[in-house]
Design a protein around this ligand. Sequence first.
Ligand SMILES: [Zn+2]
Length: 355
Amino acid sequence: MSNEMKAMRIHELGGGFQLENIPIPKPGPNEALLKLKATGVGLTLAIMRKTQGLINNYPRVMGHEIAGEVVEIGSEVPSEIINIGDIATCHFYLTCKNCNYCRSGRESLCENFKGFFGLVMDGGYAEYTVVPAVNLCKVPSEVTPLDACLAADAICTPYHNCITEAQIKPGNTVAICGAGGGVAIHAVQMAQLCGGHVIGIDVSNKKLEAVSELGAFATVNPMENDVTEELFALTDGKGVDVYIDYVATKETLEIGMDTLGRAGKLIIVGYRPPSAFDGTLPNFSVDPLKVLNNAQEIHGSRYCSMDELRQSLELLRQKKIKPIVTETFKLEELEIAFQALLKNKVTGRAAILFD
Ligand SMILES: [Zn+2]
């Protein structure tokens, strides 16, 4: 193989991607080199690209939702973790694997968090990438690389949201805000897999059609209807059992608080840094008496554990979750993909497919 690869790199905070030929990275003793097959493109990175303090060095290759073939492994990597020829995906958080949170399966709360794969080290918008072996997760042979890359965020995040945080039970009504987006569209499915009765909320009717096709019993478009009124009407005035917010503006979070029923749970997943949007703070108000009297819960839900990533791949293998990728792009078209996302034009996920 040649010593160089194509990579899309950014050179400054919020800067555009530039196609460059750079040396293929060398894996260290505890790392592996992957030849990329597919890398997801989602709003998370479109936001992170513009957020101060996440990328520690420029130029940088972003891209965390990866699936690739292992082509080289470091001398210290145990064969139990990964072998040459395996297809692997990657846990997004670089964690210590040693603190109490890591050891109790809550890696996303790591006390010694080192940053994100694809932000403090180069990621998957290149032909090759180096990944710490402890972050690698082997992909079952029945799962295609395109589907597997989604497991690394668009599917494992809703797994954590619906199963670990919301603990959705059969018969629960679950409102999903931003339901047609790349992560949320898989939450629509995950919530139903738990037995939830899903109401999808989105500003795009095209996205809501996709949400309905996936089984949501009702959809609400805030541009056409009052969401609070609709959620009470759809629940016989009781309010929802779970409200998962993938948009998380002041407005959407307050609708969530207003429409929670008894013992209702608000799950906060998205965050919009004011600097990356229009400067508006997403801080929202909470009526403590209502929370107290109704024993309601507010959950912050951060990414997932390694186990949850494995379980997400297993759900793909069992075909219990349908991966929704509506648009694929070549590596060189990455900026076009990001712009389509920022214009809210992509239903479900977009992804880069490699030759
Ligand atoms: Zn830790």
